[in-house]
Design a protein around this ligand. Structure first.
Ligand SMILES: Nc1ncnc2c1ncn2[C@@H]1O[C@H](COP(=O)(O)OP(=O)(O)OP(=O)(O)O)[C@@H](O)[C@H]1O
Length: 193
């Protein structure tokens, strides 16, 4: 378990949505970890954030909570095929972990859908899932994500879906860059962890 600080979630200068605070109480996460205390207020205030922290320091929540907060602040409701947040992470295991944490918090925000796009399954199934259910929050590994961007002939226009993106998170950005991600995608604003 991550080591926590003296700061409670309620003590942040930016007030978190009650639905998020309720989930935190349910998880018995009373205090923030240092990386959460440093990142959440900046991220929620629309600042670009780059964080470096050791494994197990609570990085996941440092971006999962701001993603939901920022999507809640949007003036226009996200449509089914509109991606508001994109999280790119180097491995399937990390993507799955992030998606599980996101799922826990989204239980109180059923208005947002999330989709996990990772290798190891038939890409045609991901195309169908995306076309069918859409995804306001996409959690992906780089290879499968790139593949989904090339599926326009199958009726999936992911490039248009990400046009109004509010948040981009590059999880384990150093590993993503080692994988050659930089040469394939333009990196926009958001967070790198
Ligand atoms: N504020 C908190 N209070 C108590 N436990 C927490 C808190 N934030 C996160 N945790 C727990 O600490 C553990 C580590 O958190 P997390 O997986 O987010 O770390 P991480 O830095 O992203 O790790 P990794 O580098 O493996 O991705 C998880 O079990 C998580 O549920």
């Amino acid at each position: 378990m991550a080591s926590s600080t003296e700061g409670t979630w309620e003590s942040l200068p930016v007030k978190l949505h009650e639905g998020i605070l309720e989930t935190l109480r349910e998880l018995r996460f009373t205090h923030m970890t240092p990386v959460q205390a440093a990142c959440v207020p900046l991220f929620v205030s629309n600042k670009d954030v780059a964080a470096e922290a050791v494994t197990g320091s609570g990085k996941t929540l440092a971006f999962v909570i701001p993603i939901i907060e920022l999507l809640l602040k949007r003036e226009e409701k996200l449509k089914k095929m509109q991606v508001g947040a994109l999280v790119i992470t180097p491995t399937r295991e990390l993507a799955l972990q992030i998606s599980e944490v996101m799922e826990t918090f989204l239980r109180r925000f059923p208005e947002f859908t999330q989709i996990l796009l990772v290798g190891g399954s038939n890409p045609a199934e991901d195309v169908d899932r995306l076309k069918d259910r859409g995804g306001n929050i996409v959690i992906a590994t780089p290879g499968r994500l790139e593949d989904m961007f090339r599926r326009k002939s199958e009726g999936l226009d992911l490039a248009s879906a990400v046009r109004g993106l509010d948040v981009l998170v590059l999880d384990e950005a150093d590993r993503l860059l080692d994988m050659g991600f930089e040469s394939r995608c333009g990196v926009g604003s958001g967070a790198a962890a």
